[in-house]
Design a binder for this molecule. Structure first.
Ligand SMILES: [Zn+2]
Length: 179
């Protein structure tokens, strides 16, 4: 099960998938692994503090909630607020390059700035219509971030063969238990 997202949005998908709900595997185990992860993904490898780690994980789970919302779940307003706070900490601003072209960039340095670059990717993806296709699997024991390539944007499971089938078997069983 992979379902990569287009271009830079794949960074956001990879970030959300640093925690695997299915087997409880945490990739961002400590400050050093957070620094390494950011470095491996072209986000500058800033030295992370314990607080950065806490905030990064918080942002990750808030983004997961938004991705679940893209799949049809109701959104706890705390999630977009948490993402908004990350944007504030990153000090996202409009900047102009030598050609006079505008772009959004984080003015903050460190991990706040690096996470801010993920938020810029999201803002761009929203503009080009790909953001709402990035979803988190509706299976509660999975919640894996995947990109919905279906024509009518209707996918709710990261993998129909795995999570979709599992869900079907479950509802079949519960129907028959209740009967
Ligand atoms: Zn799944």
């Amino acid at each position: 099960m992979s379902n990569p997202a287009p271009d830079q949005l794949e960074l956001v998908r990879a970030f959300v998938n640093t925690y695997d709900h299915e087997d409880g595997t945490e990739q961002l185990t400590d400050t050093a692994t957070l620094t390494a992860w950011l470095g491996d993904h072209g986000l500058g490898a800033p030295v992370a503090t314990a607080r950065d780690l806490e905030r990064a994980r918080e942002l990750r789970e808030a983004l997961r909630a938004v991705l679940q919302h893209h799949g049809g779940l109701e959104l706890d307003p705390a999630a977009p607020r948490a993402v908004d706070h990350a944007a504030e900490r990153a000090k996202l601003s409009v900047a102009f390059d030598d050609h006079g072209d505008a772009r959004i960039e984080p003015k903050a340095s460190g991990v706040d700035g690096a996470l801010g670059r993920l938020l810029v990717v999201i803002a761009d993806a929203q503009r080009d219509g790909t953001w709402s296709r990035l979803k988190a699997c509706a299976a509660e024991d999975c919640q894996y971030a995947f990109y919905d390539r279906s024509r009518n944007r209707s996918a709710v499971w990261c993998d129909m063969k795995v999570c979709g089938n599992r869900q079907k078997v479950r509802s079949f069983r519960s129907r028959h238990t209740h009967a």
